[in-house]
Design a protein around this ligand. Structure first.
Ligand SMILES: Cc1cc2nc3c(=O)[nH]c(=O)nc-3n(C[C@H](O)[C@H](O)[C@H](O)COP(=O)(O)O)c2cc1C
Length: 143
């Protein structure tokens, strides 16, 4: 599989998570067409990919009013019909419904969304590995 990663990150956690996810997938022989900012996406890397992995961070009042940061940037992504997509977010305490919101936006861009995972910022390495395993498993399991 060929994957492009699009990341929104303020303090670096989500970017680091994206790099860890990419490394885990590469170990499984995936190729990474690019890692770029969701604000200024590398369109060529999206075009070359079968799977678009989108990550952002959770913004809110920690236990209430959580939402994925930069949702307007997801709305501005190119149409992704014919591609699969998966979302992830990093958070501190509680991600709320951030993944649902991301999933909806990616579906609105025409992608076939295969799932998503919230990664706790204190456990990025383990959760990134879990993300990669689940993603690979979800593709292996017939729908
Ligand atoms: C202004 C602000 C609001 C935040 N609100 C929440 C929140 O409501 N719930 C939560 O679990 N984490 C919240 N966080 C924590 C971030 O989601 C977490 O640190 C994330 O990993 C940051 O990603 P980044 O380093 O890529 O910017 C907030 C962080 C900031 C700076």
């Amino acid at each position: 599989m060929k994957a492009a990663l699009l990341i929104e990150s303020l303090t670096g956690n989500t970017w680091k998570a994206g790099e860890l996810i990419a490394a885990n997938l590469q170990q499984e022989n995936w190729s990474i067409t690019g890692i770029s900012s969701a604000k200024q996406p590398d369109h060529a890397s999206i075009q070359d990919a079968d799977m678009v992995i989108v990550g952002t961070w959770v913004h809110g009042l920690f236990v209430v009013a959580q939402s994925p940061w930069g949702i307007d940037n997801l709305r501005a992504l190119p149409a992704m019909s014919g591609k699969q997509a998966v979302a992830f977010c990093t958070y501190a305490l509680n991600p709320g419904k951030s993944l649902d919101v991301m999933t909806r936006e990616l579906s609105n861009r025409g992608a076939d969304v295969v799932g998503g995972l919230a990664l706790q910022r204190g456990h990025l390495a383990e959760h990134a590995e879990e993300f990669a395993i689940r993603l690979i498993d979800s593709l292996a399991t017939p729908k």
